[in-house]
Design a protein around this ligand. Structure first.
Ligand code: KIV
Length: 266
């Protein structure tokens, strides 16, 4: 397998081939995801909730994102590494946007960034792209706008909201993004948007008609506590397996069974 490039990702739509994308936040998991052949590794600001234990992604800082992106980049040979622009790293000004997006490429080793929002951030997205920084858009549920949305609610359910999400997609395509993540939108709307743009769409809770699919890695592995969002399919139950392994270690130590002869130097 060879290094995946942005033109490779763009071509997938015309070729009728799907795109796979997963999050990773450290070297160990990035390596596993890369070796499994996933196309895009997103260093998501979801690390705020998943790794840091915050209740939202809002507290995540640029320095933290760069720290994690550098770890991920060191573990990846083939996948495209994408850094997620955290809250307040681009909203305040075009200059902030260019500078912070550039840090992902310059310091983090990423090939591109992901930006939440559509019409409301289009000037920042255009400025990043004209500075040579490839961008993935992110529309639908915008976790950084959780308070404005009144929770993580499916977007585009009524006509007016569906038009807004579609308009965001069209504006992002026009601005030059090379793909669009669609989070938490009805599958019919996701299909309409996928059919309306020439670039690939990558869904999370957006149904089967998107060109690609993305999940939070720890959801897929069953590492996070229940309940999981409806759109998650856990492909393993690692949380239970971890707890069981740790319990057995505790029991063995407490009962004098570990370390045994095999684990001891003679
Ligand atoms: O931060 C993240 O992990 C994301 C994905 C869920 C798309 O934005």
């Amino acid at each position: 397998m060879s290094k995946i490039t942005i033109p490779d990702i763009i071509r997938r739509k015309a070729e009728g081939k799907r795109i796979t994308m997963l999050t990773a936040y450290d070297h160990l998991f990035a390596r596993i995801v890369d070796e499994a052949g996933i196309d895009i590794i997103l260093v998501g600001d979801s690390l705020g909730t998943v790794v840091q234990g915050h209740t939202t992604t809002l507290p995540v800082t640029m320095d933290e994102m760069i720290y994690h992106t550098r770890m991920v980049s060191r573990g990846v040979k083939n996948a495209l590494v994408v850094g997620d622009m955290p809250f307040l790293s681009y909203q305040a000004s075009v200059e902030d946007g260019i500078y912070n997006a550039g840090r992902f490429l310059k310091e983090g080793g990423a090939a591109a960034v992901k930006v939440e929002g559509g019409a409301n951030v289009i000037d920042k997205v255009k400025a990043m792209i004209s500075s040579g920084i490839p961008v993935i858009g992110h529309i639908g549920i915008l976790p950084q706008s959780v308070h404005q949305m009144g929770g993580y609610k499916v977007q585009g359910k009524d006509d007016a909201s569906a038009e807004r999400v579609l308009n965001d997609a069209l504006m992002l395509e026009d601005a030059g993004v090379f793909a669009i993540v669609m989070e938490g939108v009805p599958e019919g709307l996701a299909k309409r948007i996928t059919d309306s743009v020439s670039i690939p769409t990558i869904g999370i809770g957006a149904g089967i008609h998107c060109v690609g699919q993305v999940l939070v890695l720890y959801d897929l592995l069953g590492l996070l506590p229940q309940p999981m969002p409806k759109f998650v399919k856990p492909y393993a139950s690692l949380r239970d397996q971890c707890t069981e392994a740790i319990r057995r270690f505790k029991e063995d130590v407490e009962n004098g069974r570990f370390p045994g002869k095999e684990e001891s130097y003679h």
